[in-house]
Design a protein around this ligand. Sequence first.
Ligand code: SF4
Ligand code: SF4
Length: 182
Amino acid sequence: MGEKKKKIVKTIKVDADKCNGCRACEVICSAFHATPRYSSNNPARSRIRLIREPLRDIYLPVYAGEYTPAECAGRDKYVIEGKEYEECAFCRASCPSRDVFKEPDSGLPLKCDMCESDPDLEKPLCVQWCLVDALTYEEREEEVEEETELEELEIGLEALADKFGLDKMMDTVARMSLSKKE
Ligand code: SF4
Ligand code: SF4
């Protein structure tokens, strides 16, 4: 058993009813993560994407979670308050069965990093740019096993290296750390 340690878990609560589909969250997220920082605002590089069907009044912001190497078997449609959502609508994974949450140049998975920067931002940028409060930033403290956390990281990195090759990963990491220094 590993040591227990306290960890701040950062999340973004989504209220789809409030979202008006403006896509400001996609703009600022992609600009913040561009290399050099703020040099472009391509939504394909955003770690938050909008499921947008104006004719059916559907606007659902989803921010990127873990990478998954295989498609899942679940193919349910969801009806919430009279609105029907597509099968993968609520999924936060970067997965082989759809194009979202993949870095356009390298194909590497994108994951929300809560706008990690030094010094820390008071709130993630997508939350700050959402003028209608569809996104709310929340922090809570949790106790986690130190070893489990490291194991999960190792498994995740191994799966990525298998799929994309170590060289490509190293290239991307180098580019990302360059953009953080700018
Ligand atoms: S900024 Fe807010 S209102 Fe605009 S698309 Fe994103 S979540 Fe929706
Ligand atoms: S918290 Fe930051 S990295 Fe995550 S989706 Fe929002 S803008 Fe992008």
